[in-house]
Design a protein around this ligand. Structure first.
Ligand SMILES: NC(=O)c1ccc[n+]([C@@H]2O[C@H](COP(=O)([O-])OP(=O)(O)OC[C@H]3O[C@@H](n4cnc5c(N)ncnc54)[C@H](OP(=O)(O)O)[C@@H]3O)[C@@H](O)[C@H]2O)c1
Length: 304
């Protein structure tokens, strides 16, 4: 009895995801990073997975790896661009013949740098992929889960979404939307039998994090982040994978004034991403503002 209590406390937690939510899971961004880790761990639980991303060759390689490791599950791929309404529609159409019991809208785009210097088209794509796509997928599949009285949605935010992060303005705002959407849906959908949680990773070793990994910023593994998110389903609305990130969220959200957090982020990110200040597009205006104004009439101090 003691041994089984010990195993329950420290052993790998049995998630029984298939028994709780159903036979199929959909994971966007499913061929790499956190999305692939989620798909692989869902397959390990005996859940059939449908993975979506834009690049068919990478989807095929990921599907083969999952099938190799878990030959009893079915793996399907859907090549679709979820930064467009047509891509989301195509993805939904591709799931028509299966009952999706778990949805992980993981695909995301990370734009950084001066917000006003971002490419308008890229910004629009990021807004759709990070905000509209998870909202539309949650709406569509959440409705069907509610009709069946069971299901789970794991949204993917970021610790950056919980703080004012200069040079991540657009990205941070999209992840803030996801955190609020998920935490709110968690309360709204629980009485309908649908579990909603939000995975809030800090820096995680994936392609997206390359600029930070290159300068040696410590990071979590995608496998650990995914595990943390899947474990949260039905247990808690927000899951922050590492204790260091839990502490930093506590500091930035509840202890430090928001302007201090913003200033700290600005200093760190300027260093890591080598942000130019002033930026080239505003340098001449900044220089002009710093120059004594000859049309002001007076003699500038120290110039006499
Ligand atoms: N890595 C981190 O440090 C970190 C931290 C906090 C939060 N997150 C969040 O975690 C999630 C996963 O990030 P990750 O780091 O694991 O990413 P990743 O390894 O770079 O993978 C991104 C995945 O999304 C797919 N994708 C990108 N654009 C897409 C589009 N328009 N339509 C469909 N699929 C698309 C990519 O495949 P294709 O290119 O083939 O489409 C790829 O499979 C994101 O939402 C991210 O914001 C990451």
């Amino acid at each position: 009895m003691l041994a089984s209590l010990w195993a329950r406390l420290v052993g790998p937690r049995e998630l029984r995801l298939r028994a709780r939510y159903g036979d199929w899971a959909l994971v966007t961004g499913g061929h790499s990073g956190i999305g692939f880790a989620c798909a692989e761990q869902l397959a390990a639980e005996g859940v059939n997975v449908l993975i979506c991303a834009r690049t068919q060759s990478k989807l095929d390689a990921a599907a083969a790896a999952i099938k190799d490791a878990h030959p009893r599950v079915q793996v399907r791929t859907v090549a679709a661009d979820c930064s467009e309404q047509a891509g989301v529609d195509a993805l939904i159409a591709a799931t028509k013949d299966v009952e999706v019991g778990i949805v992980v809208p993981d695909a995301g785009l990370f734009l950084h740098g001066w917000f006003v210097d971002s490419d308008a088209d890229e910004l629009r794509r990021m807004l759709f992929l990070n905000v509209a796509s998870p909202a539309l997928l949650s709406r569509h599949f959440g409705r069907r889960m509610a009709e069946r009285g069971r299901g789970a949605i794991l949204l993917v935010s970021s610790v950056i979404g919980l703080a004012p992060g200069p040079y991540f303005a657009g990205y941070a705002a999209t992840k803030s939307f996801v955190a609020t959407l998920g935490e709110t849906l968690s309360a709204e959908m629980a009485p309908l039998g649908v579990d909603v949680s939000v995975l809030v990773p800090g820096l995680t070793r994936t392609e997206m994090a390359t600029p930070f990994l290159e300068v040696g910023v410590p990071a979590d593994s995608p496998e650990h982040a995914a595990r943390c998110g899947l474990c949260a389903l039905g247990r808690k609305p927000l899951a922050i994978p590492l204790v260091t990130y839990r502490l930093s969220v506590l500091l930035q959200a509840h202890v430090l004034p928001r302007f201090v957090t913003a200033a700290a982020y600005r200093l760190i990110v300027e260093k890591v991403l080598r942000i130019e200040r002033p930026p080239p597009f505003a340098a001449s205006a900044v220089a002009a503002a710093a120059k004594p104004r000859s049309d002001a009439g007076g003699t500038p101090a120290g110039d006499s």
